[in-house]
Design a protein around this ligand. Structure first.
Ligand code: ZN
Length: 385
């Protein structure tokens, strides 16, 4: 056998592969060799692999990409990534502003380099990072220092982030955009809309193409007008390339905003969780629960996967991720689509009844099985020796 074919380390056999990047949405086998996707096709023989896992009945997708989590910093409590990522099929996360330029290197040493999950950062425009009161201190917002740190670690830092600023002005948003301009990167904005800083101005006059507004279904934004209709300038902003991200969290996903917007065809570009200690339990802002909410708002499974793999990869300018293309890093989610009677809670503690729930059966990160809820990749103990 040559290197191109055979001698696979792992073969996922008989699953329904959804890889929107390559327009695959059918039963296929996926073979992994040396931490890379080696072959995706029908009927790859088990004899070619050291280990074969039967994944018939499951969906096989690229490892999910969650572009808004908190795995460092103080605000409401961060969570170590591997604990919640893999059990949700997530293989790449983006920490949204936990660290600023003063704290990024500690973040890198204590979390990023200690995680199996691929961890990227959006650097807080506040030098000290997401630490509460200091986030209001405009003298902590130094776009030049932030840009220097972003440029120093291009493999880890994707751009800038601003959040929680409650002053009347534009220091936080414009500072983050400036840092992104200086480093040729992107910005993610979490902001409370106020009369001196309207959603329209943020979207049309201050953000640039490719910049992200997260928390689109929060009552802190004005996605909908008083009649419950998606504002014209929101559609215009989408035309201009602004990115609309879910960022569910503990305060930013309300059925009364999401459902009308979805019915009007305004769908999120990217599905993300804003996962931290206050959002992980109630309202269960985990990746698969958040994705399930969109399934139950009549988004197709293929579209849900698109917005959790390919789209986030493109938005963070890492198009090599979020796909099962041969040669890509072997990051894979094996997902079960449960059908029955389920309920889903939003941040206002209101419930939506749903027919579908996604559940992670198995996760592969960099070619290694890192989550396997029913041990389907393991031999039976009585015959294992
Ligand atoms: Zn957040």
């Amino acid at each position: 056998m040559n290197n191109a074919e055979g001698n696979y380390n792992l073969l996922l056999k008989g699953g329904h592969v959804i890889d929107p990047q390559n327009n695959i949405d059918e039963t296929m086998d996926v073979a992994i060799k040396s931490n890379k996707i080696a072959q995706v096709s029908k009927d790859i023989p088990s004899s070619k692999a050291q280990k074969t896992v039967d994944v018939a009945g499951f969906y096989v997708t690229p490892g999910l990409i969650d572009i808004h989590v908190h795995v460092y910093g103080g605000y409401q409590g961060w969570l170590f990534p591997d604990i919640h990522s893999f059990r949700n099929g997530v293989t790449t996360v983006v920490d949204a502003g936990g660290a600023g330029w003063k704290s990024f290197e500690e973040f890198k040493e204590t979390i990023i380099e200690k995680s199996k999950t691929r961890v990227f950062a959006l650097l807080n425009i506040v030098g000290a990072g997401m630490l509460g009161a200091i986030e209001q201190d405009v003298s902590e917002m130094d776009p030049v220092a932030a840009a220097e740190m972003i440029k120093k670690y291009p493999n880890y830092i994707l751009g800038a982030k601003t959040a929680h600023f409650s002053g009347p002005g534009w220091e936080a948003i414009d500072g983050a955009v400036k840092a992104a301009e200086l480093s040729d990167t992107i910005v993610m904005v979490d902001t409370r809309v106020i009369p001196t800083r309207t959603y329209k101005d943020i979207l049309l006059s201050h953000l640039r193409p490719g910049d992200i507004h997260t928390h689109i279904y929060s009552q802190n934004a004005t996605l909908l007008n008083e009649q419950g209709v998606v504002n014209d300038y929101v559609w215009e902003a989408r035309e201009l390339g602004r990115i609309f991200d879910v960022g569910h969290g503990a305060g930013s996903f309300r059925w009364r905003i999401a459902v009308p917007a979805m019915k009007q065809g305004f769908v999120p570009d990217t599905i993300s969780t804003d996962l931290h200690k206050a959002s992980a339990l109630m309202p269960n802002a985990t990746m698969l629960a958040t994705m399930s909410k969109f399934l139950n708002m009549d988004m197709s499974l293929n579209e849900v996967i698109l917005r959790s793999t390919v789209n986030p990869a493109r938005v963070i300018r890492r198009p090599q991720l979020g796909t099962l293309t041969v040669g890509a890093d072997a990051d894979i989610a094996v997902i079960e689509l449960l059908k029955g009677d389920f309920g889903f809670v939003d941040v206002g503690r209101t419930r939506m009844q749903g027919k579908y729930r996604l559940q992670c059966a198995l996760t592969v990160r960099n070619g290694e099985v890192v989550w396997d809820v029913n041990g389907i990749s393991c031999p039976d103990w009585e015959t294992a020796g």
